[in-house]
Design a protein around this ligand. Structure first.
Ligand code: GLY
Length: 390
């Protein structure tokens, strides 16, 4: 009854039906919990915009070694996770063990690649440095001017859109109530999250609320200021092309003139080219300049793309976080768990996040693997910066 305060009770309500929220719901339901997911458009947003690259090694960055460990653990879980999803739903999720080839197009880019290679080796990662000729032998469509290559045989891909669809089907099949209601706010009782207020005024009571609303997480009302996850939108524009199957055999990455670029080829010939990284607030307008730069740089790398069909331009919002790592686990508000801020690694981190949060929900014990990513790690910095700016 709209507007009534009659509460319906569920063990867990997940705010946000992207791949993270849906996977948590699926895994929590498999552990015997009753789960509701709230999202006006499940599987849309960043889950839909992404390219689906699973590239912990080629995307490693200085200062992010702890994140690398989580990324590697999730990449390792992917084959079984994908197989379990397929078994549960009968749907293929396009998990492909393609490997990734990073290449350099000029002397500056080659220096960047050489530096990345040294860093990867210092971390004990498996990478192979290739000459231009070796790189082009692997990927004949690469431009003749390619300077060098770095082959990461363990960095793969999944079709993020098929993944989102399969997760939704798997969640529903195991009894998750996926509702297109908007979560207007978290309800708190005696300093504990006890449910969610819906857009129509109803209240959904829950033992635990999981906030998995990506870059919109701070906009869910009712969360105490010092508990609000500090996520922000980082716009990414992408382009999709369609070519013959096998046009590229593996993910191809490059830094072209200082800008990161990747081409992710699907089995059916689709190629996803991404992505810009822009601090533009919640704007998802596709701009001519963004599309131009992506196509220009991709063309420098793989000139033959000029002949392919342009099938889609799109923009999505990554949930950025202050240290580029996600917030996963208990918040300082009892009853509220966060699973947000996955920034560039949402698709990659879906299995690890889902397993860990579902275990936490089912047992009450926070798995070791997510402890470095506590949503509470920013609270002290926030108090300090408030003092500095006061
Ligand atoms: N992980 C790819 C991106 O964020 O663009």
């Amino acid at each position: 009854m709209p507007g009534s305060s009659a509460a319906r009770t569920t063990d867990v309500v997940v705010v946000g039906g992207g791949v993270i929220g849906l996977a948590i719901a699926w895994q929590a339901a498999l552990r015997g919990l009753t789960v509701t997911v709230l999202d006006p458009a499940p599987g849309s947003g960043a889950s839909h915009a992404a390219a689906g690259m699973l590239a912990p090694v080629t995307e490693v960055h200085y200062g992010e070694e702890r994140l690398l460990r989580l990324n590697l653990a999730s990449a390792q879980r992917y084959p079984t996770f994908a197989a379990e999803l397929t078994e549960a739903t009968g749907r293929d999720v396009g998990y492909r063990q393609t490997g990734t080839l990073a290449v350099a197009t000029d002397a500056d880019d080659r220096a960047v690649l050489a530096d990345l290679h040294r860093f990867q080796l210092s971390l004990g990662l498996t990478v192979e440095l290739l000459t231009s000729r070796e790189a082009r032998r692997l990927e004949p469509m690469l431009a003749p001017g390619i300077r060098s290559g770095l082959l990461v045989a363990g960095d793969h891909q999944v079709d993020n859109r098929l993944l989102a669809t399969a997760l939704l089907a798997a969640a529903v099949a195991v009894g998750v109530d996926v509702r297109t209601d908007r979560a207007a706010g978290i309800v708190t009782t005696a300093e504990r999250a006890t449910g969610v207020r819906l857009g129509d005024g109803d209240t959904l009571a829950a033992g635990t609320v999981v906030l998995a609303a990506g870059c919109w997480s701070p906009q869910v009302a009712g969360v105490p200021t010092d508990v609000v996850p500090p996520t922000r939108p980082v716009k990414g524009q992408i382009v999709r092309l369609r070519g013959p199957a096998g046009f590229l055999g593996r993910n191809v990455r490059a830094v072209v003139g200082g800008t990161h670029l990747y081409l992710v080829p699907r089995a059916d010939g689709e190629i996803v080219i991404g992505a810009t990284a822009e601090e533009q607030g919640y704007d998802v307008t596709v701009r001519a300049g963004g599309v131009y730069e992506l196509l220009r740089d991709a063309h420098t790398l793989v000139p033959g793309i000029a002949e392919l069909e342009l099938t889609e331009t799109y923009a999505g919002l990554r949930p950025g976080s202050p240290d580029n790592a996600p917030m996963i686990g208990r918040t300082a508000l009892a009853g509220l768990v966060a699973a947000t801020g996955h920034y560039r690694n949402g698709i990659l981190l879906t299995p690890a996040t889902a397993d860990a949060v579902a275990d936490l929900l089912a047992t009450g014990v926070e798995p070791e693997v997510i402890r470095p990513f506590s949503p509470q790690r920013f609270a002290r910095e926030r108090v300090w910066s408030m003092r500095v700016t006061a």
